[in-house]
Structures are given as structure tokens and as C-alpha cells.
Design a protein around this ligand. Structure first.
Ligand SMILES: [Ca+2]
Ligand SMILES: [Ca+2]
Ligand SMILES: [Ca+2]
Ligand SMILES: [Ca+2]
Length: 289
């Protein structure tokens, strides 16, 4: 069965010159429970999407594909591999959608933190997911097993992918999805809305303790990026990196502005001049003595 899938879809993994645009896209969605639909034109409207789970919570990872870009004929089939942190997540079951219902494949390996070749082919050979439509390949039922930030990364499975009525584009034209789950929270995201924005900045500021000023309560735990019990400028450095909005976060007065490169250049030059001056002064004193 797998061989047939390979024959049909092998062209999808054939190497070809890289195209300029994304032709096929795979998205990973983390939800509290299965969305209950298999096609949609707006993934953001699916209910129950989340980026956090408590230890022992079950969650669902859905796989959605769409034939996007300028040439869109529909997805005939798709097989994907996943990697995830097996110390944080446990994959329990694979559930295929009813769209890609032929040549079903998929295997869970919790020992290495992988889902292998999960997917199928549309048995009617008509295809699904011509943009703006998205079509669901299926979902993985998972359990959060320990605290941390789990990252789930998808790539192309052995059986590849196929599109309707044209050669499959090169895999370099496929955009693969990633997802993150904070167990029980994502650092920096105090209000658990899956973004690190101005509301979170305000909370970071009010949680600020300075070095060694903790311990911090649960409401301030998302601000303690390095887990050393305080919320200080070391944590601020990581908050700036975690910022998800356009531009930079506001300046945090306690940590000062990060000097621009040109200012750093001035600071370093000043230090060099001072150091050189001190050395010369010291040498002259030594010569006089
Ligand atoms: Ca396309
Ligand atoms: Ca937030
Ligand atoms: Ca600290
Ligand atoms: Ca800290």
C-alpha cells in the first residue's frame, strides 16, 4: 500500500530548482480538542486553539494543508513527519481525516519523539485545499507530561505529497508548519493569548524584582525566563527576544535602553582611550621612580 503511495507521490520529493514562492503550505494547530471540521477558508476561526497546556492535559495537534500561491489545483495527498520533545509531550493516537482517506499511513515513536509519515491520499483523486481553502490531513492526540516549552516541527514524510493535474512542486516550495506548547505557560506570555505584546510588557514591569529579589508568584512566573526565581534584567534580555509584535518593546527603565551599535562603538573607544591613558600614566610614574 505504501509503495503505491510512493509511486503516485514520489515526484513530490523529487529535487528541482527552488521556486520563488510558496506553492503548498502545511500548518500545525494546537487545540484543546478536535476542531470538528475538515475544510475551512479561515484557520483562525477554528475554536479551541491554544498554546498552553497543564501537565497531564490532553491536547490535539491538527495538520492542515492548502495549495497556495499563484498555481493552485488542490492537494491530492500529503505525508508528514513530526519531531517533538518526548520529555514534555507524549503522542497517544493518530486520527486521519475523511478527506485523505486512501493509502493511510502513520506511526508514533515516543522513544525518539517522532510521528512518522502521517497522512493519506484523496481516494477520489479530485483533491482538496485550493486556496483560500484549507483541508485537514488529520490530527495527533497528545498528552503534556512535564513542564517546559515543547516545539513541534513538521517536515515531509517518506511518501511525499502530490497535487492535482500537474507535477508536484519541489519540496523547497512547500512551507512546513511549526507549533509551540507552553507547559504550563510560554515565557513572556502572561495572559496566555499566544502573543508577547504590550499587555505582557506591563505585567513584566509590575513583576520586576531585580536580581535575587524573588521568589516570584505564579502570576509572575512567565517573567522569570531563566528560572532563577527573580525577574531581572537577565530575564528582560529574553523578553525582548520573545516579543511578537512589530518593532521593539518599550524601554524598561530598570534595565535601561540597549545601546545602539554606534553608541557601543563610542563606549568601547572611550574605554580603550581610558585604558591606554592609564597604562601610559602608570609607565611614566614607574620611569620616574
Ligand atoms: Ca500552489
Ligand atoms: Ca500575551
Ligand atoms: Ca536573576
Ligand atoms: Ca530570572
Amino acid at each position: 500500500m505504501k509503495l503505491v503511495g510512493l509511486v503516485i507521490l514520489a515526484i513530490g520529493v523529487a529535487s528541482a530548482q527552488a521556486g520563488a514562492e510558496i506553492d503548498v503550505e502545511l500548518r500545525l494547530l494546537v487545540l484543546d480538542m478536535p476542531s470538528g471540521v475538515e475544510t475551512t477558508t479561515d484557520l483562525s476561526t477554528l475554536p479551541g486553539q491554544t498554546c498552553v497546556a497543564a501537565v497531564n492535559d490532553s491536547l490535539v495537534l491538527e495538520f492542515w494543508v492548502s495549495d497556495v500561491g499563484s498555481v493552485n489545483t488542490g492537494i491530492l495527498g500529503f505525508y508528514t513527519d513530526l519531531t517533538f520533545e518526548n520529555t514534555l509531550l507524549h503522542a497517544d493516537a493518530l486520527v486521519h481525516s475523511s478527506l485523505f482517506d486512501a493509502f493511510l499511513e502513520g506511526e508514533i515513536d515516543n522513544g525518539t519523539g517522532r510521528v512518522i509519515d502521517f497522512g493519506g491520499i484523496d481516494g477520489t483523486f479530485t483533491g482538496y485545499g485550493v486556496a483560500p481553502e484549507w483541508a485537514k490531513i488529520g490530527h495527533v492526540e497528545m498528552t503534556a507530561i512535564d513542564e517546559g516549552v515543547a516545539t513541534i516541527v513538521s517536515s515531509l514524510g517518506l511518501a511525499g505529497f502530490g497535487v492535482v493535474g500537474r507535477p508536484s512542486p519541489p519540496v523547497s516550495d512547500v512551507q512546513f508548519g511549526v507549533a509551540a506548547v507552553g507547559i504550563p505557560f510560554l515565557p513572556g506570555d502572561f495572559d496566555q493569548n499566544c502573543a508577547v505584546d504590550l499587555d505582557d510588557f506591563n505585567q513584566f514591569q509590575s513583576c520586576f524584582t531585580g536580581p535575587g529579589g524573588g521568589p516570584v508568584g505564579a502570576e509572575c512566573a512567565p517573567g522569570d525566563f531563566d528560572g532563577d526565581g527573580d525577574v531581572d534584567c537577565d530575564d528582560w534580555d529574553q523578553f525582548v527576544v520573545a516579543w511578537t509584535e512589530a518593532g521593539d518593546p518599550p524601554t524598561l527603565s530598570e534595565c535601561g535602553a540597549v545601546p545602539a551599535v554606534s553608541e557601543w562603538g563610542f563606549v568601547m573607544t572611550s574605554l580603550l582611550v581610558l585604558t591606554a591613558g592609564t597604562l601610559m600614566y602608570g609607565r611614566r610614574r614607574a620611569e620616574r621612580a
